[in-house]
Design a binder for this molecule. Structure first.
Ligand code: ZN
Length: 497
């Protein structure tokens, strides 16, 4: 048994080496590589990905998976989890005929530039035929892979194991009932937040603020760095090398501040994975929505809380200087929680964010389950914005063309953003039974909060399923009530709604 597992371990190490090379290329391209340098790099990136795909879907891999699965409970918990995760990936890729994958990757090579052009020139009809083809392939993939219940479930499961249309319908209907009227009363409230002190801040000063915040929330800079990119993200090569990025806007200093805290949440999660999982395929976050729950926890539950501002207002004020100096914790708190409906998801505040996701969820479900006429999608999009957010996009560039996801073939991805926020509130409620969150955060003892998260979530990496993790940490499955209660309490407090 030992010899066979040793062989499998070596095989996985080689796959990991290929993955690391791809991750490094991707980090490099998003940060410092010359954009025009693609011709020198692309063929080799293609070769490495093909090699990695081959290893993942080969009969050799299937043999190893069969072997470990055959051991049953004689295999260690770690091996069982490795096999469970790899089997999911193997099946997802293996069941789709290779010619379909090839055709789709050819379509993908042209889809993104077409979408970019369509967005730039506000020309949805330019993108519509490509979108129609992409939807067609999603349906063929689902046919090939099979599904339980609703066909969309297969795609949802890719980003959040076990997630179904049934669960999400219930989740979003709870949000619709609570958040839509709450937003309406916030918009109509006479108590609007004071943002008059939010003057532009030069980039060098914002960089100082980033360093302060990273240290404050517990990012381990010995094993991580901060860089800059067009869109902030986190990438990891294992727990001892986790990298984050931000994007600075002189006129919007809070934007980078909260991106940094958000990405720190992703990074701290990965830095805290238990040592026994280091170097294995389990050295990663459990899945997309759990990862987003940790970034959301740091960004919103900690970073946008009054106790956090009570701790940092003085220092943030003195780092930023000018109109920021001496601003009270209460004013910072209110300004950083300003809620108002807007067209653009990536600029949305905590209250309206999930409504943007709800629109995308409903449209994706429609696209996957029926023969939707793609020319009708912009109208469906705009109607929903009007219904949920009370505003109507003036054109498709600020409407249905705004996100990159569909042109990249990512369907089923959006809900994990909203689920991440919902999980974060549920985790906060469970945490509050064990410790005094407000006292810890207002005294600057974020490590006290981090220790709880490490013990209940971070340490496990991919060892447990997302469902096991959430039930283990909070005592129950996804329950939207914590999220809606949290939003109600917070925004009624700020807006006196
Ligand atoms: Zn994130």
């Amino acid at each position: 048994m030992e010899a066979k597992l040793q062989e499998f371990e070596n095989y996985l190490k080689k796959m990991r080496a290929l993955q690391m090379a791809l991750t490094l290329f991707s980090w490099d391209m998003s940060t410092v590589a010359p954009r025009a340098g693609a011709p020198s790099r692309a063929p080799y990136i293609g070769l490495i990905s093909a090699e990695q795909f081959e290893m993942l879907t080969s009969p050799v891999m299937e043999g190893y998976l069969d072997y470990v699965e055959g051991l049953g409970s004689d295999a260690s918990e770690i091996w069982q989890a490795i096999a469970r995760n790899l089997r999911r990936e193997y099946d997802a890729n293996k069941k789709i005929p290779p010619n379909l994958i090839l055709e789709f990757s050819e379509l993908m090579a042209t889809a993104q530039p077409i979408w970019e052009k369509a967005k730039e020139t506000n020309d949805y009809p330019l993108f519509a035929p490509t979108l129609e083809k992409i939807i067609g392939y999603q349906k063929r993939f689902i046919e090939a892979r099979g599904y339980d219940g609703h066909p969309y479930n297969t795609l949802l499961d890719d980003y959040d194991q076990g997630m179904t249309v049934e669960k999400l319908d219930a989740f979003f209907s709870e949000l619709k009932e609570t958040v839509v009227p709450l937003l309406k009363s916030v918009v109509e409230s006479k108590a609007q937040t004071d943002t008059s002190f939010l003057a532009p801040v030069d980039i060098a000063t914002q960089q100082k603020l980033s360093a302060f915040l990273m240290d404050k929330v517990g990012f381990n800079s010995t094993y991580g760095i901060l860089s800059e990119s067009a869109h902030p993200f986190t990438t990891g090569f294992g727990k001892y090398d986790v990298r984050i990025t931000t994007h600075y806007y002189e006129d919007k200093p809070l934007s980078s501040m909260y991106s940094v805290i958000h990405e720190c949440g992703h990074a701290i999660y990965e830095q805290n994975i238990s040592d026994e999982l280091a170097g294995t395929p389990l050295e990663n976050g459990a899945n997309m929505s759990i990862h987003e729950s940790q970034s959301g926890f740091y960004e919103n539950i900690i970073g946008r809380s009054l106790p956090f501002w009570q701790n940092v207002a003085g220092e943030v004020g003195s780092i930023l200087g000018g109109s920021y100096a001496g601003v009270s914790a209460e004013r910072f708190y209110a300004a950083s929680n300003t809620a108002r409906p807007g067209m653009i998801r990536t600029e949305a505040d905590e209250l309206t964010y999930s409504l943007h996701i709800m629109v995308r969820y409903e449209l994706e479900k429609e696209m996957i389950s029926s023969d939707v006429d793609v020319s009708k999608l912009p109208g469906m999009w705009n109607d929903r914005y009007e219904e949920y957010l009370g505003i109507r996009p003036a054109n498709d560039a600020e409407g249905i063309l705004q996100d990159v996801h569909w042109s990249g073939g990512s369907f089923g991805y959006f809900p994990s953003y909203a689920l991440g926020n919902a999980y974060a509130s549920q985790i906060k409620a469970a945490m509050a039974k064990d410790l005094d969150f407000d006292a810890l955060v207002s005294s600057g003892d974020i490590a006290g909060v981090e220790n709880w998260l490490r013990a209940k979530i971070h340490g496990f990496g991919m060892l447990k399923t997302p469902e096991e993790l959430i039930v283990g940490a909070t005592g129950e499955s996804l329950n939207a009530k914590y999220y809606t209660a949290y939003l109600k309490e917070k925004f009624e407090g700020i807006y006196g709604a």
